[in-house]
Design a protein around this ligand. Structure first.
Ligand code: NAD
Ligand code: ZN
Length: 250
Protein backbone atom coordinates (compact mmCIF):
# COMPACT_ATOMS: atom_id res chain seq x y z
CA UNK A 1 0.00 0.00 0.00
CA UNK A 2 1.57 3.25 -1.08
CA UNK A 3 -1.13 5.85 -1.25
CA UNK A 4 -4.36 7.04 0.24
CA UNK A 5 -7.30 5.96 -1.97
CA UNK A 6 -8.19 8.97 -4.16
CA UNK A 7 -11.71 9.44 -2.82
CA UNK A 8 -10.48 9.47 0.79
CA UNK A 9 -7.61 11.82 -0.02
CA UNK A 10 -10.16 14.10 -1.61
CA UNK A 11 -12.40 14.13 1.48
CA UNK A 12 -9.46 14.90 3.75
CA UNK A 13 -8.37 17.79 1.54
CA UNK A 14 -11.89 19.17 1.42
CA UNK A 15 -12.06 18.98 5.21
CA UNK A 16 -8.74 20.78 5.62
CA UNK A 17 -9.53 23.44 2.99
CA UNK A 18 -13.00 24.03 4.41
CA UNK A 19 -11.71 24.54 7.94
CA UNK A 20 -13.52 21.42 9.15
CA UNK A 21 -12.69 19.06 11.98
CA UNK A 22 -11.91 15.37 11.95
CA UNK A 23 -13.22 12.99 14.59
CA UNK A 24 -11.25 9.76 14.92
CA UNK A 25 -13.04 6.87 16.61
CA UNK A 26 -10.72 4.00 17.50
CA UNK A 27 -11.25 0.47 18.78
CA UNK A 28 -9.19 -2.53 19.78
CA UNK A 29 -7.82 -3.01 16.22
CA UNK A 30 -5.91 0.26 16.66
CA UNK A 31 -3.64 -1.45 19.18
CA UNK A 32 -3.48 -4.87 17.50
CA UNK A 33 -0.20 -4.05 15.76
CA UNK A 34 1.25 -3.15 19.15
CA UNK A 35 0.59 -6.74 20.19
CA UNK A 36 -2.54 -6.08 22.26
CA UNK A 37 -5.14 -8.71 21.39
CA UNK A 38 -8.57 -7.56 20.22
CA UNK A 39 -11.68 -9.09 21.74
CA UNK A 40 -13.09 -10.51 18.56
CA UNK A 41 -9.96 -11.36 16.62
CA UNK A 42 -7.61 -14.29 17.07
CA UNK A 43 -6.38 -14.91 20.58
CA UNK A 44 -2.85 -15.87 21.39
CA UNK A 45 -2.73 -16.34 25.10
CA UNK A 46 -3.40 -18.62 27.98
CA UNK A 47 -6.57 -16.62 28.33
CA UNK A 48 -7.84 -17.66 24.92
CA UNK A 49 -10.23 -20.19 26.40
CA UNK A 50 -12.02 -17.48 28.35
CA UNK A 51 -14.67 -15.33 26.76
CA UNK A 52 -13.98 -11.61 27.37
CA UNK A 53 -17.72 -10.91 27.26
CA UNK A 54 -18.06 -13.12 30.33
CA UNK A 55 -15.10 -11.63 32.19
CA UNK A 56 -15.83 -7.97 31.55
CA UNK A 57 -18.99 -7.66 33.63
CA UNK A 58 -19.84 -6.69 37.20
CA UNK A 59 -21.54 -10.07 37.58
CA UNK A 60 -18.30 -11.91 36.74
CA UNK A 61 -16.47 -9.76 39.29
CA UNK A 62 -18.97 -10.55 42.02
CA UNK A 63 -18.84 -14.25 41.21
CA UNK A 64 -15.08 -14.66 40.91
CA UNK A 65 -13.08 -11.46 41.51
CA UNK A 66 -9.72 -13.27 41.55
CA UNK A 67 -10.35 -14.68 38.06
CA UNK A 68 -11.37 -11.29 36.67
CA UNK A 69 -8.53 -9.41 38.38
CA UNK A 70 -6.04 -12.03 37.10
CA UNK A 71 -7.27 -11.36 33.58
CA UNK A 72 -7.02 -7.59 33.99
CA UNK A 73 -3.53 -7.89 35.55
CA UNK A 74 -2.53 -9.85 32.47
CA UNK A 75 -4.03 -7.22 30.16
CA UNK A 76 -2.34 -4.40 32.10
CA UNK A 77 0.94 -6.24 31.87
CA UNK A 78 0.54 -6.64 28.11
CA UNK A 79 -0.14 -2.92 27.72
CA UNK A 80 2.84 -1.94 29.90
CA UNK A 81 5.11 -4.10 27.75
CA UNK A 82 3.67 -2.79 24.46
CA UNK A 83 4.73 0.23 22.44
CA UNK A 84 2.57 2.56 20.35
CA UNK A 85 2.58 1.55 16.68
CA UNK A 86 2.99 3.65 13.53
CA UNK A 87 -0.78 4.27 13.50
CA UNK A 88 -0.81 5.80 16.99
CA UNK A 89 2.13 8.02 16.10
CA UNK A 90 0.53 9.05 12.80
CA UNK A 91 -2.62 10.29 14.56
CA UNK A 92 -0.45 12.58 16.68
CA UNK A 93 1.01 13.95 13.43
CA UNK A 94 -2.37 14.29 11.76
CA UNK A 95 -3.38 16.89 14.37
CA UNK A 96 -0.80 19.18 12.77
CA UNK A 97 -2.64 18.98 9.44
CA UNK A 98 -6.20 19.30 10.66
CA UNK A 99 -8.00 19.97 13.95
CA UNK A 100 -8.91 16.60 15.35
CA UNK A 101 -10.92 15.04 18.16
CA UNK A 102 -9.77 11.64 19.31
CA UNK A 103 -12.43 9.36 20.77
CA UNK A 104 -11.31 5.89 21.77
CA UNK A 105 -12.98 2.75 23.04
CA UNK A 106 -9.56 1.49 24.05
CA UNK A 107 -8.67 1.27 27.70
CA UNK A 108 -4.92 1.23 27.06
CA UNK A 109 -2.67 4.32 27.06
CA UNK A 110 -1.01 3.80 23.68
CA UNK A 111 -2.58 6.88 22.05
CA UNK A 112 -1.15 9.05 24.81
CA UNK A 113 2.24 7.36 24.65
CA UNK A 114 2.14 7.83 20.86
CA UNK A 115 1.88 11.59 21.37
CA UNK A 116 -1.87 12.24 21.14
CA UNK A 117 -4.24 13.86 23.55
CA UNK A 118 -7.31 11.65 23.91
CA UNK A 119 -10.47 13.74 24.12
CA UNK A 120 -12.68 10.90 25.29
CA UNK A 121 -11.88 7.45 26.68
CA UNK A 122 -15.50 6.31 26.39
CA UNK A 123 -14.79 2.91 27.98
CA UNK A 124 -12.49 4.19 30.71
CA UNK A 125 -8.87 3.40 31.43
CA UNK A 126 -7.33 0.15 32.66
CA UNK A 127 -5.02 1.90 35.08
CA UNK A 128 -7.57 4.19 36.77
CA UNK A 129 -8.17 1.76 39.62
CA UNK A 130 -10.99 2.35 42.05
CA UNK A 131 -12.93 0.61 44.80
CA UNK A 132 -15.77 -1.61 43.57
CA UNK A 133 -17.99 -0.59 46.52
CA UNK A 134 -17.26 3.04 47.39
CA UNK A 135 -15.61 4.21 44.17
CA UNK A 136 -12.58 5.73 45.92
CA UNK A 137 -9.57 5.99 43.58
CA UNK A 138 -6.76 3.60 44.45
CA UNK A 139 -3.58 5.61 44.84
CA UNK A 140 -1.13 3.03 46.15
CA UNK A 141 1.17 0.92 44.00
CA UNK A 142 -0.13 -1.88 41.82
CA UNK A 143 0.30 -5.41 43.16
CA UNK A 144 3.15 -7.33 41.59
CA UNK A 145 2.43 -9.04 38.27
CA UNK A 146 2.96 -12.79 38.50
CA UNK A 147 3.53 -14.40 35.16
CA UNK A 148 1.04 -17.13 34.32
CA UNK A 149 -1.03 -16.50 37.42
CA UNK A 150 -4.58 -16.89 36.20
CA UNK A 151 -6.19 -15.94 39.49
CA UNK A 152 -5.04 -13.01 41.56
CA UNK A 153 -6.79 -11.83 44.71
CA UNK A 154 -7.60 -8.11 44.17
CA UNK A 155 -6.11 -5.40 46.37
CA UNK A 156 -8.32 -3.86 49.05
CA UNK A 157 -9.68 -0.34 49.47
CA UNK A 158 -8.05 1.56 52.36
CA UNK A 159 -11.36 3.31 53.09
CA UNK A 160 -13.93 0.50 53.13
CA UNK A 161 -12.04 -2.77 52.67
CA UNK A 162 -13.86 -3.81 49.48
CA UNK A 163 -11.96 -4.90 46.40
CA UNK A 164 -10.11 -2.62 43.95
CA UNK A 165 -11.38 -2.92 40.37
CA UNK A 166 -9.99 -1.73 37.03
CA UNK A 167 -11.16 1.67 35.74
CA UNK A 168 -12.93 0.30 32.70
CA UNK A 169 -16.58 0.28 31.70
CA UNK A 170 -17.90 -3.25 31.91
CA UNK A 171 -20.66 -4.59 29.69
CA UNK A 172 -23.94 -3.40 31.15
CA UNK A 173 -22.43 -0.34 32.86
CA UNK A 174 -23.00 3.31 32.01
CA UNK A 175 -20.33 5.22 30.11
CA UNK A 176 -18.44 8.01 31.91
CA UNK A 177 -20.68 11.04 31.41
CA UNK A 178 -18.00 13.60 30.49
CA UNK A 179 -16.33 11.32 27.97
CA UNK A 180 -19.64 10.44 26.34
CA UNK A 181 -20.74 14.08 26.11
CA UNK A 182 -17.43 14.95 24.45
CA UNK A 183 -17.75 12.03 22.04
CA UNK A 184 -21.27 13.01 20.99
CA UNK A 185 -20.21 16.62 20.58
CA UNK A 186 -17.27 15.60 18.38
CA UNK A 187 -19.41 13.27 16.26
CA UNK A 188 -22.03 15.98 15.78
CA UNK A 189 -19.58 18.70 14.80
CA UNK A 190 -16.97 16.93 12.67
CA UNK A 191 -16.94 17.03 8.87
CA UNK A 192 -14.99 13.78 8.57
CA UNK A 193 -15.13 10.78 10.86
CA UNK A 194 -12.40 8.15 10.66
CA UNK A 195 -13.47 4.86 12.20
CA UNK A 196 -10.40 2.76 12.92
CA UNK A 197 -10.22 -0.83 14.14
CA UNK A 198 -13.62 -1.32 15.70
CA UNK A 199 -16.07 -4.12 15.01
CA UNK A 200 -18.97 -1.73 15.58
CA UNK A 201 -20.84 -4.11 17.83
CA UNK A 202 -20.51 -2.40 21.22
CA UNK A 203 -23.18 0.26 21.75
CA UNK A 204 -23.59 3.14 22.35
CA UNK A 205 -20.08 3.83 20.94
CA UNK A 206 -20.96 1.97 17.73
CA UNK A 207 -23.71 4.53 17.12
CA UNK A 208 -21.27 7.45 16.78
CA UNK A 209 -20.53 7.00 13.04
CA UNK A 210 -24.26 7.06 12.21
CA UNK A 211 -24.69 10.13 14.39
CA UNK A 212 -21.82 11.88 12.57
CA UNK A 213 -23.33 11.00 9.22
CA UNK A 214 -26.76 12.34 10.21
CA UNK A 215 -25.03 15.61 11.03
CA UNK A 216 -23.42 15.80 7.60
CA UNK A 217 -20.01 14.18 8.14
CA UNK A 218 -18.37 11.85 5.67
CA UNK A 219 -17.56 8.53 7.37
CA UNK A 220 -14.42 6.62 6.40
CA UNK A 221 -13.73 3.21 7.87
CA UNK A 222 -10.20 1.83 8.18
CA UNK A 223 -10.18 -1.90 8.95
CA UNK A 224 -8.68 -4.98 7.30
CA UNK A 225 -12.08 -6.70 7.58
CA UNK A 226 -15.63 -5.64 6.83
CA UNK A 227 -17.62 -4.82 9.95
CA UNK A 228 -21.13 -4.03 11.12
CA UNK A 229 -20.38 -0.40 10.22
CA UNK A 230 -19.05 -0.94 6.70
CA UNK A 231 -22.38 -0.83 4.90
CA UNK A 232 -23.14 2.64 6.28
CA UNK A 233 -19.69 4.12 5.74
CA UNK A 234 -19.12 6.45 2.79
CA UNK A 235 -15.72 4.88 2.13
CA UNK A 236 -14.18 1.66 3.37
CA UNK A 237 -10.40 1.46 3.31
CA UNK A 238 -9.36 -2.14 3.71
CA UNK A 239 -6.07 -1.68 5.55
CA UNK A 240 -4.61 -1.88 9.02
CA UNK A 241 -4.16 1.13 11.28
CA UNK A 242 -0.38 1.09 10.99
CA UNK A 243 -0.60 0.88 7.18
CA UNK A 244 -3.24 3.50 6.54
CA UNK A 245 -2.79 6.24 9.13
CA UNK A 246 0.84 7.13 8.31
CA UNK A 247 -0.25 7.71 4.70
CA UNK A 248 -3.03 10.05 5.85
CA UNK A 249 -0.72 11.99 8.15
CA UNK A 250 1.89 12.76 5.50
P1 NAD B 1 -13.27 -5.72 18.69
O1 NAD B 1 -12.28 -6.66 19.30
O2 NAD B 1 -14.70 -6.04 18.77
O3 NAD B 1 -12.94 -5.57 17.13
C1 NAD B 1 -11.64 -5.33 16.67
C2 NAD B 1 -11.71 -4.82 15.25
O4 NAD B 1 -10.40 -4.44 14.87
C3 NAD B 1 -12.19 -5.85 14.23
O5 NAD B 1 -13.15 -5.25 13.39
C4 NAD B 1 -10.92 -6.18 13.43
O6 NAD B 1 -11.18 -6.48 12.06
C5 NAD B 1 -10.16 -4.89 13.55
N1 NAD B 1 -8.70 -5.01 13.41
C6 NAD B 1 -7.91 -6.06 13.72
N2 NAD B 1 -6.63 -5.75 13.48
C7 NAD B 1 -6.61 -4.50 13.00
C8 NAD B 1 -5.58 -3.60 12.59
N3 NAD B 1 -4.29 -3.98 12.62
N4 NAD B 1 -5.91 -2.34 12.17
C9 NAD B 1 -7.21 -1.96 12.14
N5 NAD B 1 -8.23 -2.75 12.52
C10 NAD B 1 -7.93 -4.00 12.95
O7 NAD B 1 -12.95 -4.28 19.28
P2 NAD B 1 -13.89 -3.04 19.63
O8 NAD B 1 -14.79 -2.76 18.50
O9 NAD B 1 -12.97 -1.98 20.08
O10 NAD B 1 -14.81 -3.50 20.84
C11 NAD B 1 -14.33 -4.25 21.89
C12 NAD B 1 -14.33 -3.63 23.28
O11 NAD B 1 -13.21 -4.20 23.88
C13 NAD B 1 -14.12 -2.14 23.38
O12 NAD B 1 -15.07 -1.69 24.25
C14 NAD B 1 -12.76 -1.93 24.04
O13 NAD B 1 -12.87 -1.11 25.17
C15 NAD B 1 -12.34 -3.28 24.52
N6 NAD B 1 -10.95 -3.66 24.19
C16 NAD B 1 -9.94 -2.75 24.30
C17 NAD B 1 -8.64 -3.10 24.00
C18 NAD B 1 -7.55 -2.07 24.16
O14 NAD B 1 -7.74 -1.13 24.93
N7 NAD B 1 -6.45 -2.17 23.44
C19 NAD B 1 -8.35 -4.39 23.57
C20 NAD B 1 -9.40 -5.32 23.46
C21 NAD B 1 -10.69 -4.93 23.75
ZN1 ZN C 1 -13.93 1.43 49.17
Amino acid sequence: MRAVPAAIDDVLHRTIDGGGHVCVLTGAGMSAESGIPTFRGTHDSLWSRFDPMRLATAGAWREDPALVWGWYRWRMHRVREAQPNAGHRALAQLTRRVPLWLVTQNVDDLHERGGSTVDAHVHGNLFALRCFACGRAHEGPLDEYMDDAQRVEPMRCVACGDRIRPGVVWFGEALPEDAWTTAVDAATRCSLMLVVGTSGLVYPAAGLPALARRHGAVVVEINPELTALSADADHVWCATAAQALPLLAR
